[in-house]
Write a new protein. Structure first.
Length: 228
C-alpha cells in the first residue's frame, strides 16, 4: 500500500514540477513579466528541502508513532472503501484549513508560517516556500482522523496528495481571488487571515465576509505586526 501511495504521488506531482512551472517561466519571460528570479526561486527550493528533511525525520520517528498510538483507540467505524477516501480527503483538508487558520491567527505559529509569505515574487514555485518547522506540530492535527479509524499512513498520504494539488490552487486560485491580500499578508497580521485556506476546497473564499470582519477586528487591535 505504501508503494502504491508513492506511485500515485509521483504521477500526480510530475505535471506540477515538470510542466506547469517551466511553462509559467517561459510564458512570463515571453510576455516580459519576469515572474521568476534565480535568487527567490533558489530560496523557495532551499526552504522546501529543509522542510522535507525535517518532515522525513519526524514522520519516521514521531509522526507515525504518535498516530499509531492514537489509532489503537479509534472509534468502531466501518467505512465503505469509496466513502473512506472521500471523507478522508475532505476531513484532511478541513484539518489543514484549521492548521492554516491557527498559523495565521496565533503569533507563535505565525512566526513559523511567515516564511511561506516572505517572497516578493508570486509564482507556482512560491508554493514550495515551506514553513520549515511546521512538521514539528502538524501531525497533531491528524489525530482526529486516526480516531475516526483512518489508517495513519493513509492520513499522511492524503496530506501529501492535497499538498501537491495545493501548490496549484495556492497560486492560481489566490491569484484570481485574493492575490492582493495574500501579498499584503507578508507584513500585515490582520489581512493575512484572509489567505487562510485549505488545499482542496477553498471554502472561506466563498464566504469572505466572516473573515473580513475578523481581519478588521484584528486590524483595530494590531494594525501592523512585523514579520521579523
Amino acid at each position: 500500500m505504501e508503494q502504491l501511495h508513492k506511485q500515485i504521488l509521483v504521477l500526480f506531482s510530475i505535471p506540477v514540477y515538470a510542466v506547469f512551472i517551466p511553462l509559467e517561466i517561459l510564458l512570463s519571460n515571453f510576455r516580459h513579466l519576469h515572474f521568476y528570479s534565480w535568487k527567490e526561486t533558489l530560496v523557495n527550493v532551499y526552504l522546501n528541502l529543509l522542510n522535507a528533511g525535517i518532515d522525513m525525520l519526524l514522520r519516521l520517528f514521531v509522526g507515525l508513532a504518535l498516530l499509531s498510538f492514537f489509532h489503537q483507540y479509534h472509534f468502531a467505524i466501518s467505512w465503505n472503501p469509496i466513502v473512506y477516501w472521500v471523507v478522508l480527503l475532505f476531513g484532511e483538508d478541513l484539518l489543514f484549513w484549521l492548521e492554516h487558520y491557527v498559523d495565521h491567527s496565533c503569533r507563535l505559529f505565525w512566526a513559523v508560517h511567515v516564511t511561506h509569505h516572505s517572497s516578493p515574487e508570486y509564482n507556482l514555485s512560491t508554493g514550495f516556500r515551506s514553513s520549515v518547522f511546521m512538521p514539528v506540530y502538524k501531525y497533531l492535527y491528524f489525530i482526529p482522523l486516526v480516531l475516526l479509524n483512518f489508517r495513519p499512513l493513509d492520513a499522511i498520504f492524503m496530506y501529501s496528495f492535497t499538498q501537491v494539488y495545493g501548490i496549484l490552487v495556492h497560486t492560481l486560485t489566490t491569484a484570481f481571488i485574493t492575490q492582493a491580500t495574500s501579498l499584503i499578508s507578508i507584513g500585515t497580521w490582520a489581512w493575512s487571515l484572509l489567505s487562510g485556506i485549505g488545499c482542496s476546497a477553498p471554502l472561506p473564499k466563498k464566504c469572505p465576509a466572516k473573515y473580513l470582519i475578523t481581519a478588521l477586528q484584528n486590524l483595530s487591535k494590531n494594525p501592523f505586526i512585523p514579520c521579523i
